[in-house]
Design a protein around this ligand. Structure first.
Ligand SMILES: [Zn+2]
Ligand SMILES: [Zn+2]
Length: 254
């Protein structure tokens, strides 16, 4: 069984099509998916998916690209995370690509997520784009290593991956690893320890080859897994087994 460690099934292009999406997951052997929150306004959609479907889990957090949102306090995050199907805090992190200017609010928001994760003992889902140094520095300063988590949709260097791994984090690969020009991501997927590898879709975005440009969905995590297995020179079964075991152990599931 494969796990999609990061998707947004509450987004309208997917939410309107759930029966087909679940059927495709089953066809491709994708048994679980983690539905990741991007703001508090839509958290009720994410949690109701996780409550209604046994193959779905949820996270709570506010994405760094969502500037004009209700700002999540540490207390609010901890309160919302107190639900058996909320297994992670995020997605959170820093994004200096999409937003410019004084981004101190992003760093403060990220710190609050790490503090909440430490208080409730749930791992972090970290988004980082053109901000690797600040992301790692804040993770170190706030003691993110005590809860661990995942660097999702990883596109940074091997050195950044190794620093995150040293803090107890997993590295999750998205459809980007299937793109021909993604040389650096392919190198990371080949070289990091197998017990730190996760796979994801980040659907509805970033569909892997051969569906590039189309609406992504959790079933397509199979194509990400195929490519990571190929890069590492191991069988798809071995990669599937390892990534699922890594997911279960990171998020304390049985
Ligand atoms: Zn993200
Ligand atoms: Zn995402």
């Amino acid at each position: 069984m494969l796990v999609d460690s990061h998707c947004h099934l509450n987004f309208p292009e997917l939410a309107s099509n759930l029966p087909e999406i679940f059927a495709n997951m089953e066809k491709n052997g994708v048994g679980l998916a983690l539905c990741v929150s991007v703001n508090l306004t839509d958290f009720h959609q994410v949690i109701s998916l996780a409550e209604n479907y046994s193959q779905l889990y949820a996270s709570v957090g506010v994405h760094p690209d969502y500037e004009d949102e209700e700002e999540p306090t540490v207390e609010r995050l901890v309160e919302l995370a107190n639900h058996p199907k909320v297994i992670a805090i995020g997605e959170t992190g820093l994004d200096y690509f999409r937003l410019k200017g004084d981004l101190e609010w992003q760093r403060e928001r990220f710190r609050n997520h790490i503090r909440a994760a430490r208080l409730c003992g749930k791992p972090l889902i970290v988004h980082t784009r053109e901000a690797a140094d600040d992301t790692l520095r804040i993770m170190e300063e706030e003691g993110a290593a005590s809860v661990g988590g995942v660097m999702h949709c990883f596109t940074e260097s091997l050195e950044v991956a190794e620093r995150a791994i040293a803090l107890g984090f997993c590295i999750s690969f998205s459809g980007i690893v299937t793109f021909k020009k993604a040389i650096q991501v392919k190198e990371v997927a080949e070289k990091i320890p197998l017990d730190r590898v996760l796979v994801e879709t980040d659907s509805p975005y970033l569909a892997p080859a051969p569906f590039r440009g189309k609406t992504n969905q959790p079933a397509y995590v199979k194509h990400v897994a195929e490519e990571v297995a190929r890069l590492r020179g191991i069988s798809e079964e071995e990669l599937t087994e390892a990534t699922t075991r890594n997911f279960m152990s990171l998020f304390k599931l049985k």
